[in-house]
Design a protein around this ligand. Structure first.
Ligand SMILES: Nc1ncnc2c1ncn2[C@@H]1O[C@H](COP(=O)(O)OP(=O)(O)OP(=O)(O)O)[C@@H](O)[C@H]1O
Length: 550
């Protein structure tokens, strides 16, 4: 994506808060005008004391000086306050938009992405865009307005000086930033990529710390972190060299412009085109008006990272999900427990080998169905197709007689309560974790579900009972305890179909028997599909479907 395209797209994001941005720009312009006004009033006071006619009396210049000085504070406050208000509001909107798309991309498109890289984009890349919203848009407008006003004022005093100064404004404010952005673009991009890669490696190393220690890989990981850190530093040095160069060039331009201003003003006085007062005003106005222009030039160094970060955010925002909602979804026709797989064929887009080929299955309301087969035969894949994480390449899946592709993803998934192989516990109380199954459930209903999942006594014995924090002790819970919390969650979700992927793999036979009996008898009206390797888990099912590895 080109720099101009990124800027245009970022600028579009400002639309919902354009009023606040207007206030920020007004504050900025007013702030710069107060600086110019203070300097011009100073010149006015000195010249009128020296007996040079400066249009206003000394007293009026003093009043003007005080007004400008007093307005400087509030205008600066206005600019900074609304600039940051806009930036943080927009960053919050961008975070929500990004998470919304990540949600749609999950799980199919998210499997290929590195967790750390996505976290890096969702947090630090978005944070990096703050520079554009808070420190770029308004300063560009302010610099353009102040440069134009200064040139108009100069042209009113002596048109020639405006003509001579115009190229300085263009070179410092336009040519240098564009050139700098073009030259440093790849370095900025490399830095964000390396940073994402390092974060990903760190998160991976933390997640797998037990295995890393057990297999004696700690030193190797440490060495790799050190190596990656060194590589990042090299790119960072390039960025800093570039930024320093970019900061030095406009400063050089400003110094040269001052020499030219003085030379031309002296020449103007010599040939009688401008008086002492006019020259003094020209000198202070032109010198001061370069400050906002220089600020833009200086920004172009920081913007390299901002553009690279925005590019990464937009790439994630633009990525198309694996499955999409139909344009005109059918409504309310799938709420039953009937399921049918007819002639299903499926190959993962990233693989060449067929996973499911010509698979057929039917379940009536209340049927207890089992999928069995050796490891890798496609049992979990069949469940993923039912949940529409992917669409089959061949055949169709019907729920309640309707093709699941014809209803919205939300309506389709509202039919299912899912227990996956690894129960995810969010950073909240045990009660809230169970209530994921039904946020409106009462405490009594949560307790009832926990009893069905044979986890009630365990929870009661915790120091804070149902209010104990699962996040803090998530890693201290055994696999079986986590699995039973997952089962309680499923029990609470009132859907016609329950999907259980290895529901009792971490439980002893006693607990397994008791939980399955509860599930199969108490939920006799619900259709249950169970995936398991264990004969004991599928023993109570009405029908067993075998999937064969291809
Ligand atoms: N997201 C994916 N992308 C590509 N291939 C995948 C993906 N998920 C699974 N597979 C492959 O598809 C095949 C079937 O996987 P699946 O998880 O459905 O098997 P399974 O029968 O449930 O196995 P297990 O009993 O070991 O859990 C395997 O070869 C697996 O490597």
């Amino acid at each position: 994506m080109s720099g101009v395209k990124i800027m245009k797209r970022l600028a579009k994001e400002i639309k919902p808060v354009s009023g606040y941005m207007g206030l920020c720009i007004t504050g900025g312009i007013l702030g710069q005008l107060t600086i110019l006004g203070t300097l011009v009033a100073g010149v006015g006071i000195i010249c009128s004391y020296a007996g040079i006619d400066m249009f206003l009396s000394t007293g009026k210049w003093v009043v003007a000086l005080f007004i400008c000085a007093l307005l400087r504070g509030p205008s600066r406050y206005l600019e900074q306050y609304f600039g940051h208000h806009v930036a943080y509001k927009l960053l919050a909107i961008m975070r929500v938009n990004l998470y919304d798309n990540l949600r749609k991309l999950s799980p199919a498109k998210m499997l290929d992405k590195k967790n750390g890289d996505v976290v890096s984009t969702a947090i630090s890349d978005i944070e990096c865009i703050e520079i554009f919203f808070a420190h770029t848009v308004a300063p560009i407008v302010i610099a353009v307005v102040i440069s134009c006003l200064s040139l108009i004022l100069c042209a009113a005093i002596w048109p020639m000086i405006a003509l001579v100064m115009l190229p300085f404004y263009l070179v410092i404010g336009v040519v240098i930033p564009i050139f700098s952005a073009r030259v440093g673009r790849d370095t900025g991009r490399d830095y964000r990529l390396w940073l994402g890669d390092l974060k990903s490696y760190l998160i991976d190393s933390l997640k797998g710390i037990k295995e890393i220690i057990a297999f004696g890989k700690g030193t190797e990981r440490l060495g790799n972190i050190d190596k990656k850190g060194g590589e990042i530093n090299q790119v960072l040095h390039k960025l800093i060299r570039h930024r320093n160069f970019v900061m030095a060039m406009p400063d050089l331009g400003r110094t040269l412009s001052r020499v030219v201003i003085m030379a031309i003003c002296s020449y103007g006085m010599m040939i009688g085109e401008v008086g002492i007062g006019g020259s003094a005003v020209l000198m202070v106005v032109l010198a001061a008006s370069f400050t906002p222009v220089i600020a833009i030039s200086g920004l172009s160094g920081s913007l390299l990272q901002t553009f690279a970060a925005a590019e990464r955010v937009f790439a994630l925002e633009d990525e198309k999900p694996q499955v999409i909602d139909p344009v005109n979804p059918k409504k309310g026709v799938t709420n039953s427990g009937e399921i049918s797989f007819s002639n299903i064929g499926f190959t993962y887009p990233t693989r060449s080998n067929v996973v499911i080929n010509g698979f057929n299955m039917t379940a009536k309301k209340g049927d207890k169905i089992a999928f069995i087969g050796e490891s890798g035969s496609g049992k979990s894949t069949a469940l993923r197709l039912l949940l529409r994480y992917w669409d089959p390449d061949e055949g169709e899946i019907l729920v309640g007689g309707t093709n699941i592709k014809d209803v919205s993803l939300k309506d389709c998934r509202n039919n299912f309560a899912m227990l996956s192989q690894d129960t995810w516990l969010m950073n909240d109380t045990i009660e809230e974790n169970i209530k994921i199954g039904n946020p409106y459930a009462t405490h009594e209903e949560v307790v009832e579900a926990a009893k069905r999942a044979c986890i009630h006594d365990f929870i009661e014995n915790l120091t804070d009972g149902y209010q104990s924090h699962a996040g803090e002790m998530g890693s201290r819970l055994s696999g079986g305890e986590r699995q039973r919390i997952g089962i309680a969650r499923v029990c609470l979700r009132n859907t016609p179909i329950m999907i259980l992927d290895e529901p009792t793999s971490s439980l002893d036979t006693l607990n397994e028997k008791s939980i399955l009996k509860t599930l199969y008898t108490e939920f006799k009206d619900r259709t249950i599909i169970t995936v398991s390797h264990r004969a004991s888990t599928v023993a109570g099912c009405d029908r067993v479907y075998r999937l064969d590895a291809k």
